[in-house]
Design a binder for this molecule. Structure first.
Ligand SMILES: Cc1ncc(COP(=O)(O)O)c(C=O)c1O
Length: 418
């Protein structure tokens, strides 16, 4: 049996069968370095979609911070230690007032769970408005608030306290949320990604989030921004995606990039909400806010700033967008290019108007053969997602565009517009 074959066999035997595997020819990845991954034969792949390795796979400063702290101390928040204070100060300095109180956990799911608890403690209500196709995490309550899961295979639909609103790009989308908010009594709140990613890298229409937040607050609810995918400068124009829309959420949920692969999640809220949550029940997470996580989290924030990764994301993202738009002129299958900074989506649609799901899958697999790693997103998995580690360079962008051009030409020669 081949090496890949024996790993696959062992996975089937030892691991839950509903773990998925990327690519028709699975990759055995053994090493990462900045925006590159290496397989067991030493072949290098350009990583164009793993957003967790935010400042680059195995960034030396982040690795050193983790190694040094592991050799010194790793314990929990019941002891005083300066690191968690420095981390909380540094993180809250990136956020607008009154977002100033932090809770540290170990994943985006844990952070969203905690956000739900905060919202419920503050409003004494459960009714929550969520967006169609949204994903917020893998726990029981988060499957309940994630239509992407509970409306999909194996799902049981939403419970009575979860109320689904259409995607923001739907005509009158904000008014639909406002109507729901006014009807639901009592209302706990509204949760959404500030740029829905699982739904297909969607940019919210102007004014949407402001109108929704105003209506939700007027009905007594709180507004939760899931920034797990969009935070830390990825969108280029702003450090947090909600800032693009001129709003300030009541609760912000952070995950993936915070630890550059080390499991860190965080919830940041207002003093008022934090006070409602401080109801006598201790909050404790064994690993949340441990010394190693804080050292790593701090190092990630420092690298983002020192290496000017936010303006870099904007510059490289603009370059990618212009290359992708050129391709769109030549290939009808590309219906829409959207995104900001290094958070981009390429929506593929057949000339019948149907989502080009199988075609997207062929593109992703052929790009992998050519050493470039993409994924798909969107309700029909027909959106190519491009959200690489932030050091992704102009040269990487050129390679991605020329490889995608060749792939589109070989797979779908016509019809051509140019
Ligand atoms: C928007 C969003 N929120 C929350 C989560 C859950 O994060 P985790 O997998 O770290 O629990 C994810 C994970 O994909 C996500 O994309």
């Amino acid at each position: 049996m081949t090496r890949i074959g024996s790993i696959l066999e062992a996975r089937r035997r030892l691991l839950g069968r509903n773990l998925s595997i990327a690519y028709e020819k699975p990759l055995n990845i053994v090493r990462g370095e900045m925006q590159y991954l290496f397989d067991d034969e030493g072949r290098r792949y350009l990583d164009a979609y793993n957003n967790v390795a935010h400042v680059g796979h195995c960034h030396p400063k982040v690795v050193a911070a983790g190694q040094e702290q592991m050799a010194l101390l790793n314990t929990n928040t019941r002891y005083l230690n300066d690191l968690i204070i420095r981390y909380a100060e540094r993180l809250t300095a990136t956020l607008p007032e009154p977002l100033s109180v932090c809770y540290f956990v170990n994943s985006g799911s844990e952070a969203n769970e905690l956000a739900l608890r905060l919202a419920r403690a503050h409003t004494k209500a459960r009714n929550l408005i969520v967006l169609e196709h949204a994903y917020h995490g893998n726990t029981t309550s988060l499957i309940d608030i994630s239509p992407y899961k509970h409306d999909g295979p194996g799902g049981d639909g939403p419970p009575a306290w979860v109320h689904k609103a259409p995607l923001p790009t739907t005509k009158g989308g904000a008014q639909i949320v406002a109507n729901l908010a006014a009807q639901l009594k009592p209302l706990c709140g509204f949760i959404a990604e500030s740029m829905p990613s699982v739904a297909g890298q969607i940019i919210l229409p102007d004014g949407y989030l402001k109108n929704v937040y105003d209506a939700v607050r007027a009905a007594g609810g709180v507004c939760i921004a899931d920034e797990v995918q969009t935070g830390l400068g990825r969108i280029g124009t702003h450090f947090w995606a909600f800032e693009k829309y001129g709003v300030v959420p009541d609760i912000v949920v952070l995950g993936k990039p915070l630890g550059n692969g080390h499991p860190i999640g965080a919830v940041i809220t207002t003093p008022d909400i934090a006070e409602s949550f401080d109801n006598g029940m201790e909050f404790f997470s064994t690993f949340g806010g441990n010394n190693v996580s804080c050292a790593i989290g701090l190092a990630v924030l420092e690298v983002v700033q020192e290496e000017k990764l936010q303006p870099h994301a904007l510059q490289v993202g603009e370059h990618l967008l212009s290359g992708l738009r050129d391709l769109q002129q030549r290939h009808e299958i590309i219906r829409e290019i959207r995104g900001s900074g290094l958070f981009l989506g390429v929506e593929l649609v057949r000339d019948t108007g149907d989502p080009a799901t199988a075609e997207a899958n062929r593109i992703v697999n052929r790009m992998r053969e050519h050493g470039i790693l993409f994924g798909t997103d969107g309700p029909s998995h027909n959106v190519l997602k491009i959200r690489p580690p932030m050091p992704f360079s102009i040269e990487d962008a050129d390679l991605l565009i020329s490889t995608l051009a060749e792939t589109l030409f070989v797979l779908f020669r016509g019809p051509s517009r140019g």
